[in-house]
Design a protein around this ligand. Structure first.
Ligand code: HEM
Length: 495
């Protein structure tokens, strides 16, 4: 017999008769704004108490949400995961693939917004080619060209004060799109060129797609009733991306391998999924890492020292060069800890499960709020401090940490406390976990390492404005213009 408590007793906001808890998001007042789900999560965290869980029950047209605020509990649930884990539905994308363009996608709808047997069949076809370490390692030289072109472009778009333009996040989208194109399709899409006609269309699609996703996925689904202008933009962008993927398949890149075995359609559907989720995610991660380093002179100088020692001059970088950059990797991990691109990962549980001591019925939607766990003192001492050293092995941390001076003493204290606490393997999971974890993780890491290595090797990056704020769109992205200032390293006056 289970000693677990009845689900009814799990704490959480009380639903009203008939309208349940949906009205909270419909009214959209703090802490229930869809664009500010970070605030909602902290609010629920306080409600749950230490190590507990909360539920948000009776949501219109949606299963109950259960939030376990514990890394141990997260580990237990993930480790019991079924062979075909269900993530939250992406309603608009499912509508596109499984209703509107059903004739095209048919039995092979891809990975995103797909569940059960069709997902499992597709993932097993493409998994090996994408996840194998060699797949992303082999792509490094090609991605190096893209990163070089982007850094040259950055120099051209600086204003007279050497500030990057207001829409630098869109520029990062172009870099990420160009990188996915090079890796997946084995071709250059031309997004970093000024006057490429095809590229202009692609960039128009990026604007259309990424601006319509938050409106369609996070607001009331009016598009179910009639074709709203945002819905039309979204469908046009998806159609254009789909055509692009079919048109630009080459005999190179990851998708060419898939095409050889499973045909061009499977390869094009994979390319589409990679473009849809591999652009805003990496762009946001690059933006946050630049921001943290621009605000942290100590970490930036330490990174530059590592780059000076290991980045080859006038040579294309390969994966062995990246292996010599542990501090850079730690900087990216630390940025994703404080500002993960996806705030929480979800699983729709397929059988009754005990969570944090409560019997939770099958069909409930468990949200692992790793944004909260990775910003909690109990898992990461002084969580607001940007201390990449937390992630380093002791032998990679410099002697300065052993006998710190001045302001380094504070950082050394954080590092020592972190060593005592250890890093719980389920407390920071920016790429998810298990059979459905991010299939582009290794590629995203290599792509980010290359770009950031180039930028910080060449420039001192500074930030002259206030603290950045973030919104959920559904990726967690900065609100304010990313107006970083860049100075060639040997030209900075205060050094
Ligand atoms: C910093 C960058 C990125 C982050 C933080 C990120 C994060 C995630 C997360 C949290 C998931 C859900 C995992 C789960 O349910 O356990 C996911 C899924 C996925 N990601 Fe990424 N991602 C990133 C970049 C990329 C890139 C560059 C690509 C491809 C080019 C990619 C392709 C995918 C795909 C296809 C899935 C769906 C996998 C499936 O359902 O089988 N991601 N990603």
């Amino acid at each position: 017999m289970s000693s677990a408590r009845c689900y009814t007793y799990m704490p959480g906001p009380r639903p009203l008769p008939v309208i349940g808890n949906s009205w909270r998001f419909a009214i959209g007042k703090n802490p229930w704004r869809t664009r500010a789900l970070d605030v909602t999560l902290w609010f629920l965290r306080a409600w749950a108490g230490t190590g507990g869980a909360v539920k948000v029950a009776k949501l219109f047209g949606h299963p109950d949400l259960v939030f376990p605020f514990s890394a141990d509990e997260t580990a237990k649930i993930y480790r019991r995961e079924d062979a075909m884990p269900h993530r939250a539905k992406a309603p608009c994308l499912s509508h596109y693939k499984q209703e509107l363009r059903k004739n095209f996608f048919g039995e092979e709808p891809g990975l995103i917004g797909v569940h059960g047997v069709p997902w499992s069949r597709f993932r097993s076809k493409v998994s090996k080619a994408l996840i194998a370490p060699e797949a992303s390692r082999a792509a490094v030289p090609e991605l190096d060209y893209v990163a070089n072109d982007f850094v040259s472009r950055m120099e051209c778009i600086l204003d007279s004060n050497r500030e990057l333009p207001k829409d630098f996040l869109t520029e990062l989208y172009k870099w990420a799109l160009e990188s996915v194109g090079a890796w997946a399709l084995g071709t250059r899409l031309g997004c970093l060129k000024e006057n490429d006609a095809d590229a202009k269309d692609i960039i128009k699609c990026i604007h259309g797609f990424f601006h319509s996703v938050p409106i369609l996925e996070l607001s009331a689904p009016l598009w179910r009733l009639y074709s709203t202008p945002t819905y039309k933009t979204y469908i046009e962008a998806l159609d254009a991306f789909r055509t692009l993927c079919l048109k630009r398949l080459t005999d190179k890149g990851i998708c060419a391998e898939i095409a050889k075995t499973y045909g061009e359609k499977v390869a094009a559907i994979l390319a589409l999924d990679l473009l849809l989720v591999g652009v805003d995610t990496t762009a946001a991660a690059a933006a946050s890492t630049m921001y943290f380093l621009a605000n942290n002179d100590r970490a930036q100088r330490k990174l530059q020292k590592e780059l000076d020692k290991n980045v080859p001059q006038a040579k294309i970088m390969d994966c062995k060069d990246l292996d010599r950059l542990p501090y850079l990797k730690a900087c990216i991990k630390e940025s994703l800890r404080i500002k993960p691109v996806i705030l929480g990962n979800g699983r729709c549980i397929q059988s009754d499960t005990v969570i944090s001591g409560y019997d939770v019925p099958k069909g409930s939607h468990v949200v692992f709020p790793h944004y909260i766990l990775s910003n909690e003192e109990r898992y990461f001492p002084s969580p607001k401090e940007y201390v990449p050293e937390r992630w380093l092995r002791t032998q990679d941390v410099s002697e300065a940490m052993e006998c710190p001076l001045g302001h380094d003493r504070k950082i050394a204290d954080v590092w020592r406390k972190q060593k005592e606490t250890g890093i719980h393997p389920f407390a920071s999971l920016p790429f998810g976990f298990g059979r459905r974890m991010c299939i582009g993780k290794r590629f995203a890491e290599a792509e980010l390492q290359l770009l950031l290595a180039k930028i910080f090797h060449r420039y001192d990056v500074t930030w002259r404005y206030g603290e950045l704020t973030y919104s959920v769109t559904p990726t967690y992205v900065p609100n304010e213009p990313l107006r970083f200032t860049l100075h060639h390293r040997n030209k900075r006056s205060n050094k």
